[in-house]
Design a protein around this ligand. Structure first.
Ligand SMILES: Cc1cc2nc3c(=O)[nH]c(=O)nc-3n(C[C@H](O)[C@H](O)[C@H](O)COP(=O)(O)OP(=O)(O)OC[C@H]3O[C@@H](n4cnc5c(N)ncnc54)[C@H](O)[C@@H]3O)c2cc1C
Length: 478
């Protein structure tokens, strides 16, 4: 396993092409725009060496028998699935943001399942190749970005019907030594501070779209790969000082990119699907269900911080004993723990796959994420209610530091006399940044938009069985 420092050094050795706000980022570890995201992912390395979290953060590899970071593990039991959720909640509590590494973790487990199935039905050798890749990831403790989402162009059209064929990643050349792919993946969490990216299809594909049925792994700095770093709410505040960013060490969300694959060569040993379009939908759903499991872990960890900050704001404002404040805090706790319940349930109800790893209960996993698309907004709404308009109108940190205006802000933003004004300002800024803009959009669209979950709920709920239950009680013969 790598320590946090070794992880940072390993990133310094990579040379990805990253653009941000009109300039090239040379070192993600040392650049102030990307450093907070590096710190968040760094927690997944740091905590693996903390004896207190050893059981959650590490596992024994099913492939090599060696001790590995859990983020590179193939789940071997429902207990592993439960530990995943607990680990995500714990890291969410420590970072207050997305620590990015779960996307690749889920893509790895999904690829293990799907390559096994494709080989069984098509006589291919993807699974064997993929196992070698897994060993490489585990032995080097790599962070892998999960690259599913294509840019998708006109949403009403399939990949091959698009005005521009590159709007979904596709194979443009098959060579003796490998394939060449072109296209772009959007919203790529943790990409700039990952070592590798694992490309997988984004939607179900017909026989006419075989070239879009591609899965493969490549280094983030492979020739032809260009990353364009996304702009986040208040992103530039991190260049100014530490109060206004709210969570200066870890930032908000996962530092997403638009990642362009400009005729990128991938050797055959890193190709895990090449034309088997009939497995694309199952691949997407397997990855997505693992990923939807997470939201009652990491987002609940983040919600724990929001709830704590909100309760502290009530203390600072002098309102902690008001009955409606207590009631709203209870509501926030209820929303958060409901998400956690769903994640634990879909893990405990998981099962062993034919490939040998464990997979979540998909019906329950989809409820987790669908809940999250509402509850994180509701939790944030209540946080805003309790904290007060203060979080929307606070002056700049520079004015708080200035000789002329600082004392005025200090005097007029004082509330509970036992609490320094600076604490009240800091807590308000933390809440402002954790409950707005980019952070909320992630709860909505990360791991798929709500409709994607609803479709799966309708399909998985077995309505015929439920109709049968009703008919039996109503004494209606089928
Ligand atoms: C912060 C964040 C992090 C993310 N991280 C990753 C990541 O690491 N890796 C990754 O691969 N992806 C990632 N995603 C992508 C995520 O999976 C997508 O945002 C999600 O699948 C929705 O796709 P979209 O953003 O293109 O929205 P759209 O597809 O444009 O959806 C917008 C709306 O249109 C609807 N819609 C779309 N297509 C149709 C259609 N054909 N018919 C009817 N309605 C339609 C949707 O239901 C939704 O309501 C991330 C997203 C966010 C916001």
């Amino acid at each position: 396993m790598m320590t946090k420092e070794q992880y940072f050094d390993s990133l310094r050795r990579l040379k990805p092409v990253i653009y941000c706000n009109g300039r090239r980022i040379e070192s993600v570890v040392d650049d102030p725009m990307t450093r907070p995201h590096v710190n968040s992912a760094g927690k997944t390395y740091e905590l693996a060496f903390d004896p207190q979290y050893e059981d959650l953060m590490t596992a024994t590899s099913s492939l090599t028998g060696r001790k590995i970071n859990r983020f590179t593990h193939l789940h071997q039991s429902t207990d592993d699935l439960v530990k995943k959720v607990k680990m995500l909640r714990m890291i969410g509590q420590q970072t207050g943001t997305c620590f990015q590494r779960c996307v690749g973790f889920d893509a790895l487990n999904a690829t293990f399942i799907v390559t096994h199935k494709v080989d069984k039905e098509c006589g291919t050798e993807y699974h064997k190749r993929f196992i070698e890749y897994m060993k490489y990831v585990q032995d080097n403790d790599l962070m892998v970005a999960g690259s599913m989402t294509d840019v998708k162009g006109d949403r009403s059209k399939k990949p091959g019907q698009q005005a521009d064929p590159d709007l979904y990643v596709h194979i443009v050349e098959k060579r003796q030594d490998g394939i060449v792919i072109r296209g772009a993946k959007a919203h790529q969490t943790g990409m700039v501070n990952s070592h590798e990216l694992l490309v997988l299809p984004t939607t179900n594909l017909g026989a006419g779209d075989k070239d879009y049925a591609v899965a493969c792994a490549l280094p983030v700095d492979a020739p032809g790969v260009v990353h364009i770093f996304g702009r986040q709410t208040n992103g530039e505040r991190r260049l100014e000082g530490d109060i206004d960013t709210g969570n200066a060490e870890f930032a908000i969300v996962g530092g997403e990119t638009l990642t362009v694959l400009n005729d990128v060569f991938v050797p055959w040993e890193r190709v895990f699907m090449c034309g088997e379009h009939q497995f694309a939908q199952e691949y997407v759903e397997t990855f997505a269900s693992y990923h939807r499991q997470n939201y009652g872990g990491c987002k609940v960890g983040v919600a724990d911080v929001i709830i704590g900050a909100t309760a502290a704001m009530a203390d600072y404002n002098g309102t902690p004993n008001a009955s409606h404040i207590k009631d709203k805090l209870i509501e926030m706790i209820h929303q958060a723990e409901t998400m956690y319940n769903c994640s634990i349930a879909c893990s405990a109800e998981g099962h062993r796959t034919e490939a040998g790893n464990y997979y979540v209960n998909t019906l329950l996993a989809n409820t987790v994420k669908l809940n999250c698309t509402r509850t994180m907004y509701e939790i944030s709404r209540l946080a805003h209610d309790i904290a007060g308009g203060f979080i929307a109108t606070l002056p700049y940190e520079a004015d708080y530091r200035a000789e002329e205006t600082g004392p005025l802000i200090e005097k007029y933003f004082a509330a509970n006399p036992a609490v320094p004004t600076e604490h009240r300002i800091r807590m308000a800024r933390l809440l402002e940044n954790m409950t707005g803009g980019t952070a909320l959009a992630e709860a909505m669209h990360g791991a798929g938009s709500p409709q994607a979950m609803r479709v799966m709920l309708y399909r998985e709920a077995n309505l015929e069985h439920k109709k049968g239950l009703a008919r039996k009680l109503a004494k209606i013969q089928a």
